[in-house]
Design a protein. Structure first.
Length: 379
């Protein structure tokens, strides 16, 4: 069990960022596919990846992959895998997953076949007819893409976007993994002033603070694999200590503003839960009047789109006011604005220097990137 393979699902558009994170953790064999990234690992890397990953959704341990053109091949392939190396006699092993472009398109039927095959293998190895499943959770995940089935165990439990600091949120919250990706794509490294004029429950500024401090985002939460018998508990302590030893300590200028006092109150509470309230300021503020005197900085924000929160006309007026405000920023300011609005650039008043396609849940968006403030260059 010294050499393992991990699969990391991501939101579409974040595969490259996630792959870069894994390479920075010095994991070998990193390769990105649509919606997921693979790498090789040792058992000690399971805690390290879970604790440190900012843009991945969960950490799956690959048990095996094989051709599965029909249900019989699926059953035999699952039964041939060494489940007993990971799941103890009392382990609970529910099954979930998905099928894509496969003859085996009925997910409930695939779940039933995989469950039966894994139970047959474990029952045979442990010499029992009935497995109690009264112990810890070993969630089996499967993907069947074309004729290839991949069977995995979920080491994370709750998705990695659930950092542990956001007990409550506001309407249409931004997923933490996407917020972290926006901060990374803005090339913020903790040195410049950082602002989010539509901060909502504070997710973007809090993720910026975690990035500035190089703090592992998973330190406040627990993971399924912490309770797995075969994975030494000391590895989790060592990974947490390694992460804390790598933290930075300095002075940072990170600000979030929102027109809704309740959102600002929630943002402050979330920052306290994340233990970054000392370096993030939240204020009730109108984005249409946003201004900063510093010669350079970063604005990373997720204004209302118009689909769910505001009517489109109201959203467009908000973009116009915000566009006029940031036009007055000094030339050293960079902007990153996430929106699904097809007319964002027109209403904002400037064409983006770059655009990056991302998904906020199932909503297709663009991250509009502006490399300089409005005073240096025409809208």
């Amino acid at each position: 069990m010294e050499r393992l393979e991990l699969a990391i699902p991501t939101l579409f558009g974040l595969e490259g960022l996630c792959a870069d994170e894994l390479r920075r953790l010095e994991l070998p064999g990193v390769r990105a596919e649509n919606g997921r990234v693979f790498c090789q690992a040792r058992p000690a890397d399971i805690p390290r990846v879970n604790l440190n990953l900012r843009t991945g959704e969960r950490v799956l341990l690959v048990v095996g992959s094989f051709p599965a053109p029909d249900f019989e091949a699926l059953f035999q392939g699952v039964r041939a895998l060494p489940w007993e190396e990971f799941i103890p006699r009392t382990g609970a092993f529910p099954v979930k997953g998905y099928c894509l472009n496969s003859a085996l398109h009925a997910v409930p039927a695939c779940q039933a076949v995989i469950k039966k095959a894994a139970a047959a293998r474990l029952g045979e190895r442990y010499g029992v007819e009935h497995l109690p499943e009264s112990g810890e959770l070993y969630q089996i995940q499967f993907s069947i893409m074309g004729d290839t089935a991949t069977l995995m165990l979920d080491t994370s439990g709750a998705g990695l976007h659930k950092r542990g600091y956001r007990a409550v949120g506001v309407e249409a919250p931004l997923r933490e993994t996407l917020a972290a990706a926006m901060v990374l794509l803005s090339r913020y490294r903790g040195k410049d002033p950082f602002c989010d004029p539509f901060c909502g429950s504070g997710t973007i500024p809090i993720e910026a603070a975690l990035i500035a401090k190089n703090r592992a985002p998973g330190l406040l939460r627990s993971f399924s694999a912490q309770r797995w018998a075969w994975l030494d508990s000391r590895l989790w302590l060592e990974a947490a200590q390694e992460a804390m030893d790598g933290e930075f300590h300095g002075a940072y200028d990170i600000w979030g503003g929102d027109l809704d006092p309740r959102a600002v109150s929630i943002a402050r509470a979330n920052a306290a839960k994340a233990d970054v309230e000392d370096i993030v300021r939240f204020e009730v503020a109108d984005a249409g009047r946003f201004s900063r005197p510093e010669p350079y900085g970063r604005v990373v924000t997720n204004p209302p789109y118009g689909e769910r929160i505001l009517e489109k006309r109201e959203a467009e007026e908000l973009y116009r006011r915000f566009g006029r405000a940031v036009k007055e920023l000094p030339g050293g300011w960079r902007l990153a604005v996430l929106s699904s609005h097809t007319e964002f650039e027109r209403t904002f008043g400037r064409r983006a220097d770059k655009k990056r396609k991302l998904y906020n849940g199932m909503l297709k968006c663009d991250l509009f990137l502006y490399t300089g403030g409005g005073k240096r260059g025409e809208p």
